[in-house]
Design a protein around this ligand. Structure first.
Ligand SMILES: *Cc1c(COP(=O)(O)O)cnc(C)c1O
Length: 393
Protein backbone atom coordinates (compact mmCIF):
# COMPACT_ATOMS: atom_id res chain seq x y z
CA UNK A 1 0.00 0.00 0.00
CA UNK A 2 1.26 3.48 -0.80
CA UNK A 3 2.48 5.71 2.00
CA UNK A 4 -0.34 8.18 1.49
CA UNK A 5 -3.01 5.45 1.65
CA UNK A 6 -1.45 3.78 4.65
CA UNK A 7 -1.11 7.01 6.58
CA UNK A 8 -4.56 8.24 5.65
CA UNK A 9 -3.33 11.43 4.04
CA UNK A 10 -6.76 12.51 2.98
CA UNK A 11 -9.36 15.16 3.76
CA UNK A 12 -10.09 13.97 7.25
CA UNK A 13 -13.05 13.89 9.49
CA UNK A 14 -11.90 13.92 13.12
CA UNK A 15 -14.57 12.50 15.45
CA UNK A 16 -16.01 10.25 12.71
CA UNK A 17 -12.91 8.07 13.01
CA UNK A 18 -14.00 7.21 16.55
CA UNK A 19 -17.54 6.01 15.74
CA UNK A 20 -17.68 2.43 16.96
CA UNK A 21 -20.60 0.04 17.59
CA UNK A 22 -18.97 -1.30 20.76
CA UNK A 23 -19.16 2.19 22.27
CA UNK A 24 -22.71 3.27 21.34
CA UNK A 25 -24.37 2.52 24.68
CA UNK A 26 -26.58 5.65 24.69
CA UNK A 27 -27.82 4.95 21.17
CA UNK A 28 -28.48 1.35 22.11
CA UNK A 29 -30.48 2.57 25.12
CA UNK A 30 -32.55 5.01 23.06
CA UNK A 31 -33.44 2.27 20.58
CA UNK A 32 -34.13 -0.27 23.36
CA UNK A 33 -36.48 2.25 25.01
CA UNK A 34 -38.02 3.12 21.64
CA UNK A 35 -37.82 6.80 22.45
CA UNK A 36 -36.19 9.25 20.05
CA UNK A 37 -38.07 12.42 21.12
CA UNK A 38 -36.29 14.24 23.93
CA UNK A 39 -39.43 15.47 25.72
CA UNK A 40 -41.15 12.08 25.65
CA UNK A 41 -40.15 11.06 29.19
CA UNK A 42 -39.98 12.71 32.58
CA UNK A 43 -36.63 11.07 33.31
CA UNK A 44 -33.39 12.63 32.05
CA UNK A 45 -33.25 12.36 28.26
CA UNK A 46 -30.03 11.73 26.30
CA UNK A 47 -30.29 15.35 25.10
CA UNK A 48 -30.52 16.71 28.67
CA UNK A 49 -27.63 14.51 29.73
CA UNK A 50 -25.58 15.78 26.81
CA UNK A 51 -26.32 19.38 27.80
CA UNK A 52 -25.25 18.63 31.38
CA UNK A 53 -22.04 16.85 30.30
CA UNK A 54 -21.09 19.65 27.92
CA UNK A 55 -21.81 22.39 30.47
CA UNK A 56 -19.47 20.61 32.90
CA UNK A 57 -16.78 19.90 30.31
CA UNK A 58 -16.69 23.46 28.95
CA UNK A 59 -17.54 25.35 32.12
CA UNK A 60 -20.60 26.83 30.40
CA UNK A 61 -23.56 28.06 32.45
CA UNK A 62 -26.25 26.57 30.23
CA UNK A 63 -26.29 24.47 27.08
CA UNK A 64 -29.04 23.82 24.52
CA UNK A 65 -28.85 21.14 21.81
CA UNK A 66 -30.22 22.05 18.36
CA UNK A 67 -29.97 20.59 14.83
CA UNK A 68 -26.87 22.41 13.64
CA UNK A 69 -24.66 25.40 14.29
CA UNK A 70 -26.52 27.59 11.79
CA UNK A 71 -29.69 27.20 13.86
CA UNK A 72 -27.68 27.88 17.01
CA UNK A 73 -26.47 31.16 15.47
CA UNK A 74 -30.02 32.10 14.50
CA UNK A 75 -31.32 31.30 17.95
CA UNK A 76 -28.54 33.31 19.61
CA UNK A 77 -29.36 36.32 17.41
CA UNK A 78 -33.14 36.12 17.85
CA UNK A 79 -32.77 35.82 21.63
CA UNK A 80 -31.24 39.32 21.65
CA UNK A 81 -34.69 40.65 20.58
CA UNK A 82 -33.36 42.70 17.65
CA UNK A 83 -35.21 45.07 15.31
CA UNK A 84 -35.36 43.92 11.67
CA UNK A 85 -32.56 45.52 9.68
CA UNK A 86 -30.19 45.79 12.67
CA UNK A 87 -26.53 45.32 11.83
CA UNK A 88 -24.41 42.33 12.83
CA UNK A 89 -20.63 42.64 12.40
CA UNK A 90 -19.04 39.42 11.13
CA UNK A 91 -15.49 38.47 10.07
CA UNK A 92 -14.60 38.88 6.39
CA UNK A 93 -13.13 35.40 6.61
CA UNK A 94 -15.56 32.69 7.65
CA UNK A 95 -18.08 30.16 6.34
CA UNK A 96 -21.13 31.68 4.60
CA UNK A 97 -23.44 30.06 7.20
CA UNK A 98 -22.62 32.99 9.47
CA UNK A 99 -24.02 35.48 6.94
CA UNK A 100 -26.98 33.20 6.17
CA UNK A 101 -27.90 32.95 9.85
CA UNK A 102 -27.84 36.75 10.19
CA UNK A 103 -29.91 37.35 7.04
CA UNK A 104 -32.50 34.71 7.86
CA UNK A 105 -33.16 36.59 11.13
CA UNK A 106 -33.94 39.74 9.12
CA UNK A 107 -30.60 41.30 10.12
CA UNK A 108 -27.81 42.76 7.99
CA UNK A 109 -24.34 41.16 8.02
CA UNK A 110 -21.46 43.65 7.85
CA UNK A 111 -18.14 41.96 7.04
CA UNK A 112 -15.09 43.40 8.82
CA UNK A 113 -11.38 43.04 7.90
CA UNK A 114 -9.38 40.30 9.60
CA UNK A 115 -6.05 40.89 11.37
CA UNK A 116 -2.76 39.01 10.96
CA UNK A 117 -4.16 36.11 13.03
CA UNK A 118 -6.99 35.98 10.42
CA UNK A 119 -9.52 36.97 13.09
CA UNK A 120 -12.05 39.82 12.96
CA UNK A 121 -10.10 43.01 13.64
CA UNK A 122 -12.03 44.23 16.68
CA UNK A 123 -10.38 47.67 16.53
CA UNK A 124 -12.56 48.35 13.46
CA UNK A 125 -15.91 47.69 15.16
CA UNK A 126 -17.79 51.01 15.31
CA UNK A 127 -18.60 52.54 18.70
CA UNK A 128 -22.11 51.62 19.81
CA UNK A 129 -22.14 48.30 17.94
CA UNK A 130 -24.72 45.96 19.49
CA UNK A 131 -24.00 42.60 17.84
CA UNK A 132 -20.85 40.83 16.67
CA UNK A 133 -20.31 37.25 15.60
CA UNK A 134 -16.72 36.11 16.08
CA UNK A 135 -15.61 32.91 14.36
CA UNK A 136 -12.95 30.78 16.03
CA UNK A 137 -11.70 29.40 12.71
CA UNK A 138 -9.85 26.07 12.57
CA UNK A 139 -9.29 26.02 16.29
CA UNK A 140 -7.80 29.50 16.60
CA UNK A 141 -9.44 31.68 19.23
CA UNK A 142 -10.56 35.25 18.52
CA UNK A 143 -10.44 37.79 21.34
CA UNK A 144 -13.81 38.93 22.67
CA UNK A 145 -14.36 42.71 22.52
CA UNK A 146 -15.53 43.95 25.92
CA UNK A 147 -17.56 46.90 24.64
CA UNK A 148 -20.14 44.98 22.58
CA UNK A 149 -23.19 43.71 24.53
CA UNK A 150 -23.96 40.75 22.27
CA UNK A 151 -20.84 38.87 21.22
CA UNK A 152 -21.69 35.50 19.71
CA UNK A 153 -18.73 33.14 19.55
CA UNK A 154 -19.07 30.82 16.55
CA UNK A 155 -17.10 27.86 17.88
CA UNK A 156 -18.13 25.45 15.09
CA UNK A 157 -14.46 24.78 14.30
CA UNK A 158 -12.96 25.11 17.76
CA UNK A 159 -14.64 22.74 20.22
CA UNK A 160 -12.24 22.26 23.13
CA UNK A 161 -10.10 25.33 22.47
CA UNK A 162 -9.38 27.72 25.33
CA UNK A 163 -8.56 31.40 25.75
CA UNK A 164 -5.18 32.31 27.29
CA UNK A 165 -6.94 32.60 30.69
CA UNK A 166 -8.09 28.98 30.42
CA UNK A 167 -11.78 29.64 29.76
CA UNK A 168 -13.28 27.65 26.90
CA UNK A 169 -13.99 29.21 23.52
CA UNK A 170 -17.74 29.66 23.27
CA UNK A 171 -18.27 30.39 26.99
CA UNK A 172 -17.05 33.97 27.30
CA UNK A 173 -19.33 36.06 25.10
CA UNK A 174 -23.12 36.45 25.22
CA UNK A 175 -23.52 33.03 23.57
CA UNK A 176 -21.41 30.32 21.95
CA UNK A 177 -22.39 28.07 19.05
CA UNK A 178 -21.01 24.63 18.12
CA UNK A 179 -21.35 22.24 15.20
CA UNK A 180 -21.32 18.44 14.91
CA UNK A 181 -21.17 18.44 11.12
CA UNK A 182 -19.06 15.62 9.65
CA UNK A 183 -16.01 17.87 9.17
CA UNK A 184 -15.85 19.30 12.71
CA UNK A 185 -13.96 18.10 15.80
CA UNK A 186 -16.81 15.81 16.92
CA UNK A 187 -19.60 14.64 14.67
CA UNK A 188 -23.14 13.32 14.55
CA UNK A 189 -23.43 14.03 10.83
CA UNK A 190 -25.39 17.16 11.64
CA UNK A 191 -25.83 18.65 15.08
CA UNK A 192 -25.46 21.87 17.02
CA UNK A 193 -25.14 23.27 20.51
CA UNK A 194 -25.71 26.67 21.99
CA UNK A 195 -24.15 27.91 25.24
CA UNK A 196 -24.91 30.91 27.40
CA UNK A 197 -24.09 31.86 30.96
CA UNK A 198 -27.36 33.70 31.54
CA UNK A 199 -30.28 31.61 32.78
CA UNK A 200 -33.01 33.96 31.48
CA UNK A 201 -31.38 33.97 28.05
CA UNK A 202 -31.26 30.19 28.09
CA UNK A 203 -34.97 30.07 28.97
CA UNK A 204 -35.78 32.38 26.04
CA UNK A 205 -33.68 30.23 23.71
CA UNK A 206 -35.22 27.01 24.99
CA UNK A 207 -38.71 28.36 24.53
CA UNK A 208 -38.14 29.69 20.99
CA UNK A 209 -36.50 26.42 19.91
CA UNK A 210 -39.64 24.52 21.02
CA UNK A 211 -42.42 26.58 19.33
CA UNK A 212 -42.21 29.38 21.90
CA UNK A 213 -43.58 27.06 24.56
CA UNK A 214 -43.12 26.25 28.20
CA UNK A 215 -42.30 22.55 28.38
CA UNK A 216 -42.59 20.07 31.18
CA UNK A 217 -40.87 16.90 29.95
CA UNK A 218 -43.35 14.10 29.30
CA UNK A 219 -46.24 16.53 28.72
CA UNK A 220 -47.81 18.53 25.90
CA UNK A 221 -46.27 22.05 25.71
CA UNK A 222 -48.09 25.09 27.08
CA UNK A 223 -48.15 28.76 26.07
CA UNK A 224 -48.54 31.50 28.66
CA UNK A 225 -49.87 35.06 28.16
CA UNK A 226 -46.33 36.32 27.48
CA UNK A 227 -45.63 33.63 24.84
CA UNK A 228 -43.97 34.49 21.52
CA UNK A 229 -43.89 32.51 18.30
CA UNK A 230 -41.02 30.09 17.84
CA UNK A 231 -39.76 27.34 15.58
CA UNK A 232 -38.79 23.71 16.02
CA UNK A 233 -35.06 23.23 16.60
CA UNK A 234 -35.48 20.38 19.11
CA UNK A 235 -32.75 17.75 18.76
CA UNK A 236 -33.36 14.02 18.49
CA UNK A 237 -32.35 11.46 21.13
CA UNK A 238 -30.51 9.52 18.43
CA UNK A 239 -28.34 12.51 17.61
CA UNK A 240 -27.72 13.35 21.27
CA UNK A 241 -26.76 9.72 21.94
CA UNK A 242 -24.11 9.79 19.20
CA UNK A 243 -22.82 13.12 20.52
CA UNK A 244 -22.45 11.63 24.02
CA UNK A 245 -20.30 8.86 22.53
CA UNK A 246 -18.25 11.44 20.66
CA UNK A 247 -17.64 13.53 23.79
CA UNK A 248 -16.01 10.52 25.45
CA UNK A 249 -13.25 10.82 22.85
CA UNK A 250 -12.78 14.59 22.92
CA UNK A 251 -9.67 14.63 25.13
CA UNK A 252 -8.06 11.84 23.12
CA UNK A 253 -8.77 13.70 19.85
CA UNK A 254 -7.45 17.00 21.20
CA UNK A 255 -4.27 15.28 22.43
CA UNK A 256 -3.82 13.52 19.06
CA UNK A 257 -4.25 16.82 17.21
CA UNK A 258 -1.76 18.63 19.45
CA UNK A 259 0.85 15.87 19.11
CA UNK A 260 0.55 15.73 15.32
CA UNK A 261 0.61 19.52 15.08
CA UNK A 262 3.82 19.77 17.09
CA UNK A 263 5.51 17.26 14.78
CA UNK A 264 4.27 18.82 11.54
CA UNK A 265 5.13 22.36 12.63
CA UNK A 266 8.63 21.20 13.64
CA UNK A 267 9.16 19.49 10.26
CA UNK A 268 8.14 22.55 8.23
CA UNK A 269 11.30 23.82 6.53
CA UNK A 270 13.00 27.00 7.71
CA UNK A 271 12.69 29.11 4.58
CA UNK A 272 12.39 32.87 4.31
CA UNK A 273 9.46 32.51 1.87
CA UNK A 274 7.13 30.62 4.20
CA UNK A 275 5.95 30.94 7.80
CA UNK A 276 3.94 28.57 9.93
CA UNK A 277 1.24 30.72 11.54
CA UNK A 278 1.80 30.63 15.29
CA UNK A 279 -0.80 29.02 17.51
CA UNK A 280 -1.52 30.23 20.97
CA UNK A 281 -1.49 27.82 23.90
CA UNK A 282 -4.95 26.30 24.31
CA UNK A 283 -5.96 26.53 20.67
CA UNK A 284 -7.10 23.39 18.85
CA UNK A 285 -4.71 22.25 16.15
CA UNK A 286 -7.05 21.27 13.30
CA UNK A 287 -4.54 22.22 10.63
CA UNK A 288 -1.05 23.56 10.14
CA UNK A 289 -1.49 26.89 8.40
CA UNK A 290 1.40 28.02 6.29
CA UNK A 291 1.62 31.55 4.95
CA UNK A 292 3.69 31.85 1.77
CA UNK A 293 5.48 34.91 0.44
CA UNK A 294 3.19 35.09 -2.58
CA UNK A 295 -0.07 33.55 -3.86
CA UNK A 296 1.97 32.04 -6.72
CA UNK A 297 4.22 30.13 -4.33
CA UNK A 298 1.15 29.07 -2.33
CA UNK A 299 -0.44 27.70 -5.48
CA UNK A 300 2.77 25.83 -6.33
CA UNK A 301 2.68 24.34 -2.83
CA UNK A 302 -0.95 23.24 -3.31
CA UNK A 303 0.09 21.47 -6.51
CA UNK A 304 3.13 19.84 -4.90
CA UNK A 305 1.31 18.46 -1.86
CA UNK A 306 -1.60 17.28 -4.01
CA UNK A 307 0.78 15.41 -6.31
CA UNK A 308 2.41 13.88 -3.23
CA UNK A 309 -0.99 12.52 -2.15
CA UNK A 310 -1.34 14.91 0.79
CA UNK A 311 -4.71 16.57 1.15
CA UNK A 312 -4.86 20.28 1.89
CA UNK A 313 -7.22 23.20 1.63
CA UNK A 314 -7.02 26.95 1.25
CA UNK A 315 -9.07 29.68 2.87
CA UNK A 316 -10.12 31.19 -0.48
CA UNK A 317 -13.63 29.75 -0.02
CA UNK A 318 -14.06 31.84 3.15
CA UNK A 319 -13.61 35.23 1.41
CA UNK A 320 -17.05 36.54 2.40
CA UNK A 321 -17.03 40.02 0.80
CA UNK A 322 -16.49 38.23 -2.53
CA UNK A 323 -19.24 35.68 -1.87
CA UNK A 324 -22.22 36.14 -4.25
CA UNK A 325 -24.71 36.19 -1.34
CA UNK A 326 -22.97 39.27 0.07
CA UNK A 327 -21.53 40.95 -3.00
CA UNK A 328 -24.81 40.51 -4.89
CA UNK A 329 -27.06 41.01 -1.85
CA UNK A 330 -28.99 37.91 -2.85
CA UNK A 331 -32.30 36.82 -1.35
CA UNK A 332 -35.28 34.68 -2.35
CA UNK A 333 -37.77 37.29 -1.12
CA UNK A 334 -39.53 39.36 -3.77
CA UNK A 335 -38.36 42.66 -2.22
CA UNK A 336 -34.89 41.30 -1.46
CA UNK A 337 -35.57 41.01 2.28
CA UNK A 338 -33.72 41.80 4.47
CA UNK A 339 -31.18 43.57 2.25
CA UNK A 340 -33.94 46.04 1.28
CA UNK A 341 -33.94 47.25 4.90
CA UNK A 342 -30.20 47.96 5.00
CA UNK A 343 -29.30 51.58 5.61
CA UNK A 344 -26.76 52.43 2.85
CA UNK A 345 -25.07 54.88 5.22
CA UNK A 346 -24.12 52.32 7.88
CA UNK A 347 -24.33 48.85 6.36
CA UNK A 348 -21.31 49.03 4.03
CA UNK A 349 -18.57 46.45 4.68
CA UNK A 350 -15.79 47.70 6.97
CA UNK A 351 -12.25 47.55 5.64
CA UNK A 352 -9.17 49.74 5.79
CA UNK A 353 -8.43 49.18 2.10
CA UNK A 354 -11.37 47.57 0.31
CA UNK A 355 -10.34 44.15 1.73
CA UNK A 356 -7.04 44.25 -0.19
CA UNK A 357 -4.93 43.21 2.83
CA UNK A 358 -7.50 40.67 4.04
CA UNK A 359 -7.64 39.12 0.58
CA UNK A 360 -3.85 39.11 0.23
CA UNK A 361 -3.54 37.31 3.58
CA UNK A 362 -6.13 34.72 2.53
CA UNK A 363 -4.52 34.11 -0.87
CA UNK A 364 -1.15 33.17 0.64
CA UNK A 365 -2.41 30.54 3.11
CA UNK A 366 -2.25 26.77 2.76
CA UNK A 367 -3.82 24.52 5.41
CA UNK A 368 -2.65 20.97 6.02
CA UNK A 369 -5.06 18.81 8.02
CA UNK A 370 -4.07 16.93 11.16
CA UNK A 371 -4.91 13.27 11.83
CA UNK A 372 -5.52 12.74 15.56
CA UNK A 373 -6.43 9.07 15.09
CA UNK A 374 -3.02 8.02 13.74
CA UNK A 375 -0.45 6.40 16.00
CA UNK A 376 2.47 8.52 17.12
CA UNK A 377 4.79 6.64 14.73
CA UNK A 378 2.46 7.20 11.76
CA UNK A 379 2.02 10.86 12.63
CA UNK A 380 5.79 11.24 12.73
CA UNK A 381 6.19 9.52 9.37
CA UNK A 382 3.50 11.77 7.88
CA UNK A 383 5.10 14.92 9.33
CA UNK A 384 8.51 13.95 7.97
CA UNK A 385 7.03 13.21 4.54
CA UNK A 386 5.30 16.60 4.55
CA UNK A 387 8.56 18.34 5.45
CA UNK A 388 10.31 16.60 2.54
CA UNK A 389 7.62 17.75 0.08
CA UNK A 390 7.75 21.37 1.34
CA UNK A 391 11.55 21.50 1.20
CA UNK A 392 11.48 20.56 -2.48
CA UNK A 393 9.19 23.45 -3.49
C1 LIG B 1 -19.54 24.52 9.86
C2 LIG B 1 -19.65 25.92 10.26
C3 LIG B 1 -20.89 26.53 10.51
C4 LIG B 1 -22.19 25.84 10.26
O1 LIG B 1 -22.36 24.70 11.02
P1 LIG B 1 -23.55 23.70 10.69
O2 LIG B 1 -23.61 22.81 11.90
O3 LIG B 1 -23.16 22.96 9.45
O4 LIG B 1 -24.78 24.49 10.50
C5 LIG B 1 -20.91 27.82 10.97
N1 LIG B 1 -19.77 28.51 11.15
C6 LIG B 1 -18.56 27.97 10.90
C7 LIG B 1 -17.34 28.79 11.14
C8 LIG B 1 -18.46 26.67 10.42
O5 LIG B 1 -17.27 26.16 10.16
Amino acid sequence: MSLEKRLGLRMLPFGANYLDWSDMTELQEAIDNRILFRYQTETESAASRLERVVAQRLGAGHVLAVHNCTEALRLALISTRPAVGDLVYIPALTFVAVAGAVLSCGLIPVPVDVDDRLMLDTTLIPAGAQRVILAHMEGSVADVPASVPYVIEDTAQALGATFPDGRHAGTVGYAGTFSFHHAKVLTSGEGGLLTTNDERTWETMRSYHDHGSIRIPGRYPIWGDDAFYGENFVTSEGTAAVQLQQFRHLDEILAGLARHYAMAAAEAPERPDLTVLPRREGEVKLSVRISFESPELRDRAVKAVTEAGISSWTLDKYDLPAHPVLSGRRSLYAEGFPWNLADPGTSAPISRDGFRTTRDRISRILCLPMSPELSEADQREQATYLGTVLRKL
